[in-house]
Every structure is written in structure tokens, then in C-alpha cells.
Design a protein around this ligand. Sequence first.
Ligand code: FES
Length: 336
Amino acid sequence: MNYQITLQPGQQQFSAHPEDTVLHAAQRVGIDLPYGCRNGLCGMCKARLLSGQIHYRQEAAGLTETERAEHYILCCSAQPRSDLTLSIAPVSPASPFQKRRTPVRVETIQRLNHDVLQVKLKLPDSIRFAFHAGQYIDFILKDGRRRSFSIASAPQDSTHIELHIRHIDGGRFTGEIFDHIKVDDLFRIEGPLGSFYLRDTSARPVILMAGGTGFAPLKSIIEDSLARGIPRLLYLYWGARGLRDLYQHALASDWATRHPQIRYIPVLSEPDPEDHWQGRTGLVHTAVAADFPDLSGYEVYGSGPPAMVYAGRDAFMHNHLPRHQYFSDAFEYAND
Ligand code: FES
């Protein structure tokens, strides 16, 4: 039995099976709701339940007690148990690029540092893979398990996809890939997916905030912007523990040296003595908030751990960033 879900304002409707999450059911019919981690952590998919009953398939840690009392739910984790009416605004029209499932071949593998692999996938000759810079794909293992990875390459190359795969302690999927992937292995992918991409509708300066491999989709956005000659000012803040964790620090520094519209601000939370670090220290979202006390005229794109994305959102709203000018992607830390 399916339930009917109605979104307000706008009265968009779609149906959902009791095993669907609200987010999945919406995405299936091309309705683009805001989301980040898809794991009940970041709170980015929050909506207000105006009527109906839901069940959580996992703990909704991304909600405060006050939000629960005010009937907010997390669309990435809530499954319908009746018809629902929700108050939530879709973030944008659905991506114009058709999601597809396709085989890919591993063309190259390169270790970028102690725990990040760069994997370049080759698409079949007959396929041109179109996507927005910043979107992600699902990587499907032979047994059907899947995991999401941001595309690190720019869409101008429609025959290859670059991924940055970090070894996550205790992560079965990433551990398997990290330890066993070989050149010429065949996999299937599905995509492009997600609503994390640079909005072209304004000329506002942009702050790109990355934590760890959250750098990957921002790399795609920067390379795409350079290829298209977009003149918007781009501030890249990249937060990591030590210098070795900024696994493409030289590349980011080079962008800033060659292109006056790009500023690069690396921020280390625990630099090693041997890093001889003279740059910014602390948490990356704190550095952004300190540098921009008034964010009302900016767009901010945050990509990385849910804690960073969530803390950044709160700090930036406090610095007058309108909610609709904050975009985030936090799925690396979704279920592994
Ligand atoms: S809590 Fe739902 S997307 Fe993060």
C-alpha cells in the first residue's frame, strides 16, 4: 500500500511505499529536496510535519528536542505510516541530467596521501556522462551494495569520472575498495545524483568550504568554473587535521596563484610540528565565520563531515547568511 505525500507550499504530491523514506520517494519522481548526509545526522533534510504519522528507520540525531517538539522530521530517515502533509520548499528544479546506470572500467589508481585514493573511471565509448559539477554517483559493488562518492572531475570530460576515496576506519565498503580495487576492474555506477552544485543564477561571491575529501566536489566546481570562464569570486576554505591531509594542497595553491578570482585558505586543526605550519589553525567553519561577519551577500557551499556542515550552517546563519544561500553535501559519512 502506498501513501500520498503532499508538500507545502506548492501542493506538489507524490506517493511513497512504507519502506521508502520521504527523501527517496521525492527523488524518484524528480522532486529535489534539500539534504546532506542522508543518515539522520546533519539535519539538512528537515521538514515540518503538518499531518500524518511517520516511523524512523534510524535514529534522527540531527533534530534538537525543540525541533522534535515543533513536529520537525528528517526526510532522509522518515518512512510514511499514513498520508503526510509536510512544510518544506524544494531547493531547485530537478537536475536536467538524466540519471543512468552504466558500467565503468578502472583506468588509473593513484594514492594522493596516506588514506586517499584517486580513482579514474572510464565510461563506455558510446556514453557521454553529463552532470553538474558538484554532483555525485552511486558506486555499485558486484553484490549490489552501493555507496555514494562525489565526482571530483569537471563535466567538460564526459568520458571519465574521477573519485577521491578515503579509507574510513571500520568502513567495510571503503575498506574493500581501498584494499582490493585494481586497474581494469569493472563496476557499475548510477548517476548523476544530488542537488549540490553551483547555482548559476546569481553573481554573488562564493565560499566553498571543504572538510577532508569534501574537497572532491569543490574541485569539480572550481575546474568547471575555470573552464567556463565564470568570473565570480571563489573562496576555497579547506579544513583538515594536518598538512598531509590536504591531499591536493599544491593543486589548490596553484589555482589561487594563477587565477585572481580564486582565494585559497587552508585551515589545519592539529598541525604536526614537522608541518612547520604558518597558516590558519582551528576549525574550518570557525575560520569562515571569523572572516565573514556579514554573509548576507554570499553563497556558501559546504562539503564534508556532517558535524562541520551542521556547525557551519548555524554559525553562518548567525552571520546573516540566508538559509537558501547555503548548500551542503555530507554523504561521505553516510552508512558505509
Ligand atoms: S539528516 Fe537527513 S540528510 Fe542529513
